[in-house]
Design a protein around this ligand. Structure first.
Ligand code: GDP
Length: 617
């Protein structure tokens, strides 16, 4: 490694192929650590690349890569999954190796895990109730059912008792929220469609979500007790969405039911098992430490953290040290959905767990750790990693411009879009036009979800999972959703003219959409008096005339309206004797412009920042 200077500082350089592996949300400190450099010198290098960051600030992927590129390193960003894997490996827990080591003889059949989805009022809740009360085992044992987020029923199928686990939170919102956290718990989706109402927007939304996750669907055609029921129409409508009934030559099972009258429930459960047996290999090793997912959790006044977890493999025991996301603890007690205490829970079994020190989030994975201390250490490290990642995510995840750039670097070939509009006609027109864009074979456009109505939390979650850009046509998100998008770094584009949306997407696909930056003035200050400092050079005693002056902002100096110094930076900013980050209009301050000393009384210091310009109408 040589150490030539960049921007006046010396940094150890790679040879253009030296790989630096670094986690999301790493800071300059972390980067410096990897390449054995002085963090402060990296601040300078980054500044010459046009970005400003402190040594501890979390950086996004693009910035880390640009910095690495400049210094001759190939930056590999460790994915969240890899990061967690490496974290666990540092504790001698290797989940992949564990799975690989499992032979056929270790694997036992496990019950399918089912989520019920569909349009509002089509009977999801009623169906979940009906299924639950159909349980042969519960019928015998009695007991008071409680909502813990999931339940298991046992049905007779081909002469044997078979269990099925149901996620007891209807709807695809929870499903997608969990997926956004990397947890694929659902094996099969039951899509409930009311036969008197037919396919509705959320029906489509739900099936989009299930299909995006590659989860097989069983259709429950509900409310067939109603006179206005038209099950055939439902079948017909759904063929348009690749759900073709067996009667029409497809392989999707449609079961007519009445959740209200509790008819067709056995047939529906039968269909779930048949679909599972036909298309899935549902097996897990029960003889090891438990691994799984938290599906619901809350803080109970008397009992503390109460979490419902779904065991995915292994067996969970009372007394086990566990870590779920950033929560940890020891399993003090376990209960099933009838409030009965359990000592053990095997694969696909949902149980309520007491004993965690804090509340995990739905979708957090959990695992049994060798001991309490390890559990705590894993939780602490995850917490730190998460915080860093959150900070970095504040920056954009994927925007149309990023796509252009990533395309050029050959890193992506599919642009995922979520389309939302005010009327279905507009959404359809937009979708049609977008799908007609011809940009050759290298790039592909995928519309992973379309719908009518405001941009919802769910849309943002979906965009998060699939790195999609959201196109809003005459619709907007509410504040909460906009905040979520911002936090997750999801790009939402607003349009009111279809061809503009098409033009942007087309340009992006062709790799032609470059961000437009505009200069935004932050403020001006007039120099009143010059102080000479041997340490800092000349300090401009100034009064802020408009806006504000911010430390580290880009600056230029004007004399009688003519630029006499450009590409400068507010290197130091003081009020009285104190270093400050910004000074507002009307206040006096001392400004240092680094090595630029050609300032006079009466000069105006103008500060500005480069902001990405909204291209949309
Ligand atoms: P969800 O919003 O999908 O959870 O729907 P619900 O389960 O809350 O049901 C919505 C309404 O439809 C309720 O008034 C139910 O009583 C009614 N409903 C649900 N299933 C049936 C059914 O099979 N037949 C009839 N006639 N009504 C039903």
């Amino acid at each position: 490694m040589s150490a030539p200077t960049i921007g006046g500082v010396s940094v150890p350089r790679g040879d253009g192929t030296t790989v630096v592996r670094i986690r999301r949300g790493a800071s300059l400190n972390d980067f410096a650590d990897r390449i054995d450099a002085n963090p402060a010198s990296l601040v300078t290098v980054l500044f010459h690349l046009g970005e400003m960051a402190t040594v501890t600030q979390a950086l996004d992927e693009g910035t880390l890569e640009a910095l690495g590129g400049e210094l001759g390193y190939v930056v590999e960003i460790v994915s969240p999954e890899d990061e967690d894997r490496e974290l666990l490996e540092s504790f001698d827990i290797d989940l992949d190796a564990e799975l690989e080591a499992e032979g056929d003889e270790d694997l036992q059949p496990r019950p399918p895990v089912v989520t019920v989805m569909g349009h509002v009022d089509h009977g999801k809740t009623k169906l979940l109730d009906a299924i639950r009360s159909s349980d042969v085992v519960a019928g015998e044992a009695g007991g008071i059912t409680q909502h813990i987020g999931a339940y298991q029923v046992t049905v007779e199928h081909e002469g044997a008792d078979r269990a099925i686990t149901f996620i007891d939170t209807p709807g695809h919102e929870a499903f997608t929220a969990m997926r956004a956290r990397g947890a694929d718990v659902t094996d099969i989706a039951i899509l409930v469609v009311a036969a008197d109402d037919g396919v509705m927007p959320q029906t489509i939304e739900a099936l989009n979500h299930a299909q995006a996750a590659g989860v097989p669907i069983v259709v429950a055609v509900n409310k067939i007790d109603k006179e206005s029921a038209n099950p055939d129409k439902v079948m017909q409508q759904l063929t348009e969405y690749n759900l073709v009934a067996e009667a029409y030559g497809g392989d999707t099972m449609f079961v007519p039911i009445s959740a209200l009258k509790r008819t067709g429930i056995d047939e529906l459960l039968e269909a779930v098992l048949l679909t599972a047996d036909a298309s899935l290999d549902l097996r897990a090793n029960p003889d090891k430490d438990a691994r799984g997912v938290a599906i619901e959790a809350n803080l109970d006044k008397g009992r503390g953290s109460v979490a419902t977890v779904l065991v995915q493999s292994g067996t969970l025991n009372v007394g086990d040290a566990i870590v779920a996301g950033t929560a940890y603890g020891r399993v003090r007690a376990m209960f099933d959905d009838r409030g009965e205490a359990l000592a053990q829970a095997g694969p696909s079994c949902p149980v309520q767990v007491l004993g965690l020190t804090s509340v995990p989030r739905a979708g957090d994975t959990f695992l049994v750790a060798p001991d309490d201390r390890t559990a705590r250490q894993i939780a602490d490290k995850r917490d730190a990693a998460e915080r860093a990642a959150l900070l970095a995510r504040r920056r954009k995840r994927m925007s149309l411009e990023d796509f252009t750039e990533a395309l050029e670097r050959g890193k992506v070939d599919t642009l995922n879009l979520v389309l939302k509009g005010d009327v279905s006609g507009a959404v359809e027109a937009l979708e049609d036009a977008l799908l007609k864009i011809d940009v050759g074979d290298e790039v592909e456009l995928r519309i992973i979800h379309r719908g009518v109505g405001a941009i919802t939390q769910n849309d943002v979650n979906l965009a998060t999972v699939d790195n999609a850009v959201i196109i809003g046509f005459n619709v907007r998100p509410d504040v909460r959703v906009a905040e979520l998008a911002d936090r997750e770094g999801v790009d939402i584009r607003y349009y009111s003219i279809i061809y503009q949306a098409i033009e942007d997407v087309e340009n992006s696909l062709k790799g032609m959409l470059k961000p437009i930056y505009e200069e935004v003035q932050l403020g001006t200050a007039e120099i009143r008096q010059i102080f000479r400092s041997s340490k800092f050079g000349n300090i401009a005693g100034s009064i802020v005339r408009s806006g504000l002056i911010r430390r580290n902002a880009a600056a230029r100096v004007l004399r009688d309206g003519v630029v006499v110094g450009d590409n400068l930076k507010i290197e130091s900013l003081r009020r009285e004797k104190d270093d400050v980050t910004e000074v507002r209009e009307g206040f006096e301050c001392g400004i240092g412009l680094g090595s630029f000393n050609d300032i006079r009384e009466g000069d105006v210091i103008e500060t500005f920042e480069m902001r990405e310009k909204e291209r949309t109408a």
